[in-house]
Design a protein. Sequence first.
Lengths: 113, 111
Amino acid sequence: GAVVSQHPSRVICKSGTSVKIECRSLDFQATTMFWYRQFPKQSLMLMATSNEGSKATYEQGVEKDKFLINHASLTLSTLTVTSAHPEDSSFYICSGTLEETQYFGPGTRLLVL
Amino acid sequence: QKEVEQNSGPLSVPEGAIASLNCTYSDRGSQSFFWYRQYSGKSPELIMFIYSNGDKEDGRFTAQLNKASQYVSLLIRDSQPSDSATYLCAVNDNAGNMLTFGGGTRLMVKP
């Protein structure tokens, strides 16, 4: 149980385009989902907390207008990287919470050319 | 500022040995503690969690918690090369399910 999926697993895009990443809890309902970013050889960095039916809470330094988060249902949260630039290239990982435990999706590797 | 500290390693152990991974945390109000394993290029996967002082065993893994010392550890018995990964300690204060992660300890198990 407690499986989280992400789509796509890998995306390459041109600078200036927008990219949407989906995060789904497959066998449980996740009231809260989290979005993380991880650069090579660095720790996980929390970007935002996503609660179903309400606005996301962003961590300090994360631009809410650039990283749009929508949590429309208890099983789906989306992260849209708007006007992506090469410095946004990273590994984006979501997690869903079940009984106070976070379960991570497999991650989405974004490369912006 | 809540902090979770881990030795970055690498911690190198021979195959079959016990690997001991340590973690300290700053927030005395922390309630639940998690160990995740992250292989290179992959996302973290949950190994186990612990809420109460003492030991909790699951197969080859044992988590140990000492809230008075603000210390949590993970022991891996009979270490295998496939255990080579980065181990992340995470702490939850139960106020919104947010986790504070340590920087991770890289474990290398040599055949």
